[in-house]
Design a protein around this ligand. Sequence first.
Ligand code: FE2
Ligand code: FE2
Length: 344
Amino acid sequence: MAAAVSSGLAAAAMAAVASSPTTGVQTKSSSSSCSSLTRCMALVPASSSNVGMSSFTPGLGSCSKGSHAIARGRRVVAAPRASTKVDVSKGEKMREGAKTPAKETLLTPRFYTTDFDEMEAMLTVEGNPNYREEEFLALLNEFKTDYNQTHFVRNSEFKEAAEKLQGAPRAILLEFLERSCTAEFSGFLLYKELGRRLKKTNPIVAEIFTLMSRDEARHAGFLNKAMADFNMALDLGFLTKTRKYTFFKPKYILYTTYLSEKIGYWRYITINRHLQDKPEHIIFPIFKYFFNWCQDENRHGDFCSALLKCHPQVVKDWQAKLWCRFFCLSKINEESAGPSSFRN
Ligand SMILES: [Fe+2]
Ligand SMILES: [Fe+2]
């Protein structure tokens, strides 16, 4: 997830309607959060150790199984769960030297949770004439191929470029890296949990979600390692446990993940094309990785599109069309906003 479900204005705009109990959108504290962080790291292939995934998990400890439940009205909503709770009030802290996360605003990336029980019911195969198994099997084969397994390998250019970069470009790049890293990591958390929760209901779709979480972990790790070149790496384990999670109903998760992935693709490919024309503007080597990177996002978007096709009712009636336009405009606005440094 590049532009990510995580990023902001879609969430912000949704937050504007969060007070309505029928919208299915709300936020909750994430003092407990994704259970699976440590297990997720095991999914990252050995090549990804190059991107510093191990730096995500200091002090997380082992994960317990299952999810805890939070009450929403009369319904019970499963939310990701951390086995080791961080209690900031008791003085638990970020890893020493980690960057303090940027203050959350309407435009900063968010972490998301959903009603996993409802999502399970929605994505069950039985009784759904629109579910085309051959399409999902073809997608699964694509993800298993793992085209970018050896793509995200760092070199000495990163540290050298970080040392040279000063002033406004340095600040703008760092904000870009942090927003992107948080957004990618948000996708990792959500997809990982969906992969875990859907295993029994729809094992093919579950496996694809798990493989997408592998990709997002790799992307987030690569970005965080780049932040480490500036001595500004995030403590993503701490962030997982302390950041607020925004609740979206499953159908809104489908809209926003689809849009985030496709907009993410276009964002990376547009930057890539611009820099191919003007290579002198490549101020940091991470941009050289965007062409292959955006292919991951495009594949993710294709999968989200296949999920939407299984549920034409969520995109075809007049209310769905309004929601789709709303999310699309929200995402476009959000992407147009860019780093705050550009707006000052
Ligand atoms: Fe991604
Ligand atoms: Fe993605």
